[in-house]
Design a protein around this ligand. Structure first.
Ligand code: V47
Length: 377
């Protein structure tokens, strides 16, 4: 979209002052973030977000060749938004894989696809010994030393620290020694106490999530950050969440990427809620891109928002679409209709059709592979 058209769209939406702020690279306030959401002017807000996205990442659309590993879905936290977990008192209804099973899942993947990352998340399951986690990380690296292990959310690290009575500092040092590469962004949900009290009372509060992540960053580990949106949170609470992440990033610089996670209600205690719309998905990605001025990357996670929305988002603030992902369980057990994985061809086509350049990255956003444009027919 031309600069003139964007200016007119912003004028028409009453967002001229925010247009000027973004063009001048000035930081948006909490109130500005709320105004962007409330304007419902998707073309104006998406256009501004696209400007920032291109300023930071040009035409690049990053993806990673990865797999997800969920060793267990048995969990003591009972979050109302989760369709993946099985409560500890009914643990026979869930799974608790041992080391051999976990490693055989990774081995099976390596046999068919040259993945570079294993993303591990699980329930808070008290049945594992401490050594399981470090052996798992070490075992994966032994299978292929080139594999990056992106493992466990801040909420899980808090669980490990309490369960095994070890200071967080020791946990991070032990896991790093085993080969941990970085942390995924989960477990943050909405960094607002009211929302926690309503739907995930037993999970760590915002202050603790931020403290665990701050500690990980202090140990030289990079991480992502997520927001679970489209349930009971208000738009103000979404912006508050973004502002809290931005403040931590100002201090540590340890976040790589922000990922808005679209709530999927099926098979959860919140099944009566409709979940977010496509409009909401795109607005949330765009506003996040504009408020999180100190994050390099914003991911449109196709597994949650669908490949079509993720593709559109590549022109409204997002520069990353996660990856090939294999065997996603968390949202598929909550009713997601997207495929459990995308082939490389499908991923490349999706990116190119959006007018972007597909770049295969490693887990720290170093470019591993550039793809030639396909011959024009
Ligand atoms: O923390 C749980 C979310 C998260 C539901 O860092 C749900 O690259 C929607 O964090 N509907 C785990 N979301 C997944 C996650 C993630 C995913 C992809 C990439 C990265 C990354 C991180 O999934 C949880 C929670 O917020 N979640 N249940 C649900 N019903």
């Amino acid at each position: 979209m031309s600069a003139k058209v964007l200016e007119r769209l912003c004028d028409a939406a009453g967002l001229r002052d925010l247009h000027d702020k973004v063009l001048e690279g000035r930081r948006l306030t909490f109130d500005d973030g709320v105004r962007l959401f409330r304007s419902r002017a998707l073309m104006a807000v998406g256009g501004l977000a696209n400007l920032v996205r291109e300023r930071k990442n040009g035409d690049a659309a990053y993806f990673v060749r990865n797999m997800h590993l969920n060793p267990t879905n048995v969990c003591t936290v009972d979050c109302k938004f989760c369709g993946f977990y099985r409560p500890y008192k009914h643990k026979e209804q869930g799974w608790t894989w041992g080391l051999d099973r976990c490693l055989s899942e990774v081995r099976a993947r390596l046999d068919v696809e040259p993945i570079t990352e294993v993303h591990i998340v699980g329930g808070h399951n008290p049945d594992y010994p401490y050594a399981f986690y470090t052996d798992l990380i070490r075992g994966i690296r032994d299978l292929d030393p080139g594999l990056h292990v992106k493992a466990f959310t801040a909420a899980e690290y808090d669980f490990f620290s309490r369960r095994f009575k070890k200071p967080l500092d020791d946990v991070f040092e032990d896991f790093k020694a085993a080969g941990l590469g970085s942390l995924p962004g989960g477990g943050a949900e909405v960094l607002v106490e009211r929302v926690r009290q309503e739907i995930y009372r037993k999970k760590i509060p915002a202050e603790r999530w931020l403290e665990v992540v701050r500690t990980a960053h202090r140990h030289g580990l990079r991480s992502n950050a997520t927001l679970l949106y489209g349930h009971i949170e208000t738009l103000e609470e979404r912006v508050e969440h973004l502002c809290r992440l931005r403040a931590l990033q100002d201090d540590t610089g340890g976040f790589m990427c922000f990922i808005p996670l679209a709530f999927h209600p099926e098979n959860t205690e919140l099944a009566h809620l409709p979940g977010p719309t496509g409009f909401d998905d795109l607005m949330t990605i765009a506003v996040a891109r504009l408020v999180l001025d100190n994050f390099d990357h914003v991911k449109a996670y196709w597994v949650m928002v669908t490949a079509r929305i993720a593709q559109t988002a590549l022109n409204m603030g997002a520069d990353c679409i996660d990856g090939t992902v294999v065997e996603e369980k968390i949202v598929h057990m909550a009713g997601a209709r997207t495929p459990v994985g995308l082939t490389m061809d499908a991923l490349l086509t999706l990116i190119r059709e959006a007018g972007r350049e597909p770049l295969q990255r490693d887990s720290l956003y170093n470019v591993l592979h550039r793809y030639e444009s396909p011959a024009v027919a």
